[in-house]
Design a protein around this ligand. Structure first.
Ligand code: 5GP
Ligand code: ZN
Length: 114
């Protein structure tokens, strides 16, 4: 996807603060953090959103989830806990249309999501 911000970050065309990388996944710090730890975990394969998951690409979900655990370990929040958020579509406030998982931690969070 030529015009996708996160594809450009994955290709190294736009710099990012990398936390973790493997064959399937890149994880980097959010540019506008909402918590002391705020990391975005993205598949290297371009998928528009959670709604873009299908039989051909759903295997990306397993390495994403493994990477989330790895990111939590690296950032030191495995024990204290963390919240994982995926915004999907307009009403959820998705602004970058390349599937990404927000990993948030380092602070005691409230119960409310919205
Ligand atoms: P969304 O609202 O789509 O779920 O989340 C997009 C996230 O990407 C936002 O939290 C925003 O701060 C982050 N973001 C937008 N542009 C950049 C960028 O150029 N670099 C990084 N590291 N994060 C970005
Ligand atoms: Zn993309």
């Amino acid at each position: 996807m030529d015009n996708c911000l996160f594809c450009k970050i994955i290709k190294g065309e736009i710099p990012s603060s990398k936390v973790y990388e493997d064959e399937h996944v890149l994880a980097f710090k959010d540019i506008n953090p909402a918590a002391p730890v705020h990391v975005l975990v993205v598949p290297k394969l371009h998928i528009d959103s959670l709604e873009g998951l299908n039989d051909e690409n759903v295997e990306q979900v397993v390495p994403i989830h493994k990477a989330i655990k790895e990111v939590a370990r690296i950032m030191g929040i495995s024990e204290s806990g963390y919240r994982v958020i995926v915004n999907c579509g307009k009403e959820a406030g998705q602004t970058v249309f390349h599937l990404h998982y927000h990993v948030l931690g380092g602070v005691k969070m409230g119960e409310k999501i919205i």
